[in-house]
Design a protein around this ligand. Structure first.
Ligand SMILES: [Zn+2]
Length: 347
């Protein structure tokens, strides 16, 4: 038999065995509660506030926690947040996000003050790679890269079991690798020739416009829905991929150019980090596996890639990849990340 004090202690320890994961996106914020093994028990999605002040997002999160997660709150050991950037890790805040109209959004500090337990904030792709490493396809490996092909292009990198962060926490910003030395297109960050400026979902229409303006097109290509949208000044990324799937020759030609740039980006990632596995997420990759993923998988050793070609696989978590990553950050916070989160000291 255990003594009373021991039983009480073991009860307390076992009582707090759940984790909150929060995925802060430009459009949606997803919140989930999960077990230590990463299995999600409940999840809720709310629109990310586009108005208000630096505390509006945390206030919205606290409201949902009170309404939807009340019965779990006593059992929450820690909270992980995977967020759009750029981040100021020392205060756990989002600073000047390009896709949101609010200049500064406080996350880590006010949530920690409210919940009185650890709140770990990380970049969304950093969270995603940590989730793949702990719970996903990267389990048991030491060198894993996560790449998202979505509105933007982002990455998370683990080398020799170490999560790469860098002096300000941006060592993984692969979307801004220079893939075009002629610097033809400008990136949202202000730089030129960056991978994201060509293949990020938000920028693909501009890249397509650039190409169409320089190509001499035949009559069949001019019948393309993409060409119609070009004339109206409203090319949509989705239309390019949908039409390419249907065999539209102009759309296919544009996708070929996008693939050429994606391949250059992946070759750089393989050459820089020598991963055993690259997990790919993001709507552009996941919605178009044959059009987008297959050409990337076709990268050959010795023809662009100096390092042995790793396995390249879509994430098994789909849309939940950042959410699962946030849960992984909460259940097993990477030590070098914790060191950067100065606001944790007040706990
Ligand atoms: Zn850039």
């Amino acid at each position: 038999m255990f003594e009373d004090s021991n039983s009480v202690r073991s009860f307390c320890v076992s009582a707090r065995t759940m984790f909150l994961g929060i995925d802060v996106g430009a459009t949606w914020t997803r919140i989930a509660v999960a077990d230590r093994d990463g299995s999600i028990v409940k999840k809720v999605r709310i629109p990310t506030p586009r108005e208000g002040n630096e505390l509006s997002l945390v206030e919205a999160i606290i409201e949902v926690l009170g309404k939807e997660f009340r019965s779990y709150m006593d059992r929450i050991e820690a909270v992980g947040i995977g967020s759009i950037g750029p981040l100021d890790l020392s205060t756990g805040s989002i600073v000047n996000p390009p896709n949101l109209p609010i200049k500064r959004i406080e996350l880590g500090k006010p949530l920690l003050e409210h919940l009185r337990r650890p709140v770990y904030v990380a970049n969304d792709c950093v969270a995603a790679v940590w989730g793949e490493y702990l719970y996903g396809l990267g389990k048991g490996l030491e060198n894993v890269v996560y790449v998202t092909l979505s509105t933007g292009i982002g990455g998370g990198i683990i080398v020799d079991g170490n999560l790469l962060l860098g002096k300000k926490g941006n060592a993984h910003e692969i979307g801004h690798i220079v893939v075009d030395s002629l610097r033809r297109l400008r990136c949202g960050c202000g730089g030129y020739g960056h991978w994201e400026a060509y293949c990020g979902g938000a920028n693909i229409p501009r890249f397509a416009t650039y190409l169409i303006e320089r190509w001499s097109l035949g009559t069949e290509e001019k019948r393309s829905k993409v060409y119609q949208q070009y004339l109206e000044g409203s090319i949509r990324t989705e239309t390019i991929f949908d039409e390419a799937k249907r065999g539209d020759p102009l759309a296919r030609k544009i996708v070929e150019e996008i693939n050429r740039v994606n391949v250059a980006g992946f070759e750089s990632v393989i050459n820089l980090y020598d991963p055993e596995l690259i997990v790919v997420g993001g709507s552009i990759a996941l919605n178009n596996p044959e059009l987008v993923l297959e050409p990337i998988k076709g990268i050959e050793y010795g023809r662009g890639a100096l390092n042995e070609i790793p396995r390249i696989e879509p994430t098994m978590f789909g849309d939940d990849v950042v959410l699962v990553g946030a849960i992984a950050i909460a259940s097993n916070p990477p030590k070098n990340l914790v060191k950067k989160l100065r606001y944790l000291e007040q706990l």
